[in-house]
Design a binder for this molecule. Structure first.
Ligand code: NAD
Ligand code: UFG
Length: 336
C-alpha cells in the first residue's frame, strides 16, 4: 500500500520512511523542504536499497495535495509537516497558525475529497503543559503554554470533530515525548538549522567542537539532581511506533490517541554523562537560569500504546547517545 508522508524529508519523517519500507509498505514523501534537505532522499535510497518517491510542494496547496493523493493511489497518510520551534512560535504566532493548523485543514480537505480516510498525526507531549504529576496518561488535562503547543491542541480537536461528523475516519494521534538519536547506519539524523533549541543536538555540537559548552537551563528543579527530567525516546522506536499505529488503523481498529514515550525520565546531567560515555568526548557545561516555559519533569505512561498497538520502546539512553554521535561525527555539517 502507498503511504503519504507529509514532512517525510524531516527528522522523524525520514526515519519513519525507512521503517515503512522495512515493513513492506510503499512511502511517498511530500515536503516543501522548508526545514529539510533533498540530500536525505539519496541517503534513504542507500538505507532501503530503493528509490523513495517524493513530491515537492506545500501541504497548504489543497488542490495539489488532492491530485497527489489520487495520482499516487494513497491508502493512508502520516502527517508530520509543520513548524516546531517553540520560541519562534512565540515570536511569529501567525506563521504557526497558518502552517500547522492551515496545513492540517488543507490536508484533511484534500483527503475528504478522495476516498482516503486513514491518518496518523504527529502530536506532542507539549499538549500536557505543566503536568500535575508524572507519569502522564492520555486522560490528563490538556493545556498550552505557547502558540506551537496551541496548534497541536487545536489540530487534535479538529480531528475529534471530524470523527464525530464522519465515523469512517480512522485517526491515530501520537503524542511524542522527546525524540532523539538517529538511524544506526549514521546516514540520516537530526539536522537543525542555526543554533539548536533542543538538548541532544546541542550536546552533539558541543562534543564535536562547534560550540564551547552546554548551558544547563535550571539546576534547582525539584528533581533528584536539580535539572529538568524528560522522556527521551529513540527516533527508531518512534518510527516503529508509526508503523504499529498505521497497521492498527489499517486493521480497521478504532481511532486512538496514545503517548509514544519510554516511561522513564532522565535528567539533563544524566544525558550529558551518558553522551560522554558513548562518544568518548567531554561535554563541558555550565549552570544557567531556568528557560522560560520549561517544566521540571515530563515523562509518559506508555501502557496504552502497548495495549492498543502492541508497541513499546526498546532502545536505551546509551543507544540514543551512540547513534546521535555516529550521525553527528560522520556528518559534521548535517546534509550540507
Ligand atoms: P522537521 O522540521 O524535521 O520535519 C518537518 C518537515 O515538514 C520538514 O521536512 C519541513 O520541510 C516540512 N514542512 C513544513 N511545513 C511544510 C508545508 N507547509 N508543506 C510541506 N512540507 C512542510 O520536524 P520533526 O522533528 O521531524 O517533526 C515532525 C512532526 O513531529 C512535527 O509536526 C512536529 O511538530 C512533531 N513533533 C516533533 C517533536 C520533536 O521533538 N522533534 C516532538 C513532538 C512532536
Ligand atoms: N536543555 C538544556 N540546555 C539546552 C537545551 C535544553 O539544559 O541547551 C534542557 C531543558 O531545559 C529541558 C531538557 O534539556 O530540561 C530538554 O529540553 P528540549 O529543548 O530538548 O526539549 P523540551 O522538553 O523542552 O521540548 C521538546 C520539544 C517540544 C515538545 C516537547 C515534548 O522541543 O516541541 O519536547 O514533546 F513539545
Amino acid at each position: 500500500m502507498n503511504i503519504l508522508l507529509t514532512g517525510g524529508a524531516g527528522y522523524i519523517g525520514s526515519h519513519t520512511c525507512a521503517a515503512l519500507v522495512e515493513a513492506g509498505l510503499v512511502p511517498v514523501i511530500l515536503d516543501n523542504f522548508s526545514n529539510s534537505h533533498p540530500a536525505v532522499l539519496e541517503r534513504l535510497q542507500q538505507i532501503t536499497g530503493q528509490a523513495v518517491a517524493c513530491e515537492k510542494g506545500d501541504v497548504l496547496d489543497t488542490a495539489w495535495v488532492r491530485q497527489v493523493l489520487e495520482r499516487r493511489q494513497i491508502g493512508a497518510v502520516l502527517h508530520f509537516a509543520g513548524d516546531k520551534a517553540v520560541g519562534e512560535s512565540v515570536a511569529q504566532p501567525l506563521k504557526y497558525y497558518r502552517n500547522n493548523i492551515g496545513g492540517a485543514v488543507s490536508l484533511l480537505e484534500a483527503m475528504q475529497a478522495t476516498s482516503c480516510r486513514t491518518l496518523v498525526f504527529s502530536s506532542s507531549a507539549t499538549v500536557y503543559g505543566d503536568p500535575a504529576s508524572v507519569p502522564i496518561t492520555e486522560d490528563f488535562a490538556r493545556r498550552h503554554t505557547n502558540p506551537y503547543g496551541h496548534t497541536k491542541l487545536v489540530i487534535e480537536d479538529i480531528l475529534s470533530a471530524l470523527q464525530v461528523a464522519d465515523a469512517s475516519w480512522r485517526l491515530g494521534v501520537l503524542r511524542y515525548f522527546n525524540p532523539v538519536g538517529a538511524h544506526p547506519s549514521g546516514l540520516i539524523g537530526e539536522d537543525p538549522s542555526g543554533i539548536p533549541n533542543n538538548l541532544m543536538p546541542f550536546v552533539t555540537q558541543v562534543a564535536i567542537g562547534k560550540r564551547p559548552f552546554l548551558n544547563v537551563y535550571g539546576t534547582d528543579y525539584p528533581t533528584p539532581d536539580g535539572t529538568g527530567v524528560r522522556d527521551y525516546i529513540h527516533v527508531q522506536d518512534l518510527a516503529e511506533g508509526h508503523v504499529a499505529a498505521l497497521k492498527a488503523l489499517l486493521d480497521k481498529k478504532e481511532s486512538f490517541t496514545v503517548n509514544l514515550g519510554t516511561g522513564h525520565g532522565n535528567s539533563v546531567l544524566e544525558v550529558v554523562k551518558a553522551f560522554e560515555a558513548a562518544s568518548g568526548r567531554p561535554v563541558p557545561f555550565q549552570a544557567a537560569p531556568r528557560r522560560p516555559g520549561d517544566v521540571a519533569q515530563c515523562y509518559a505512561d506508555p501502557a496504552l500504546a502497548r495495549r492498543l498497538l502492541g508497541w513499546r520502546a526498546t532502545r536505551s539512553l546509551d543507544d540514543m547517545c551512540r547513534d546521535a554521535w555516529r550521525w553527528q561525527s560522520g556528518n559534521p555539517e548535517g546534509y550540507k
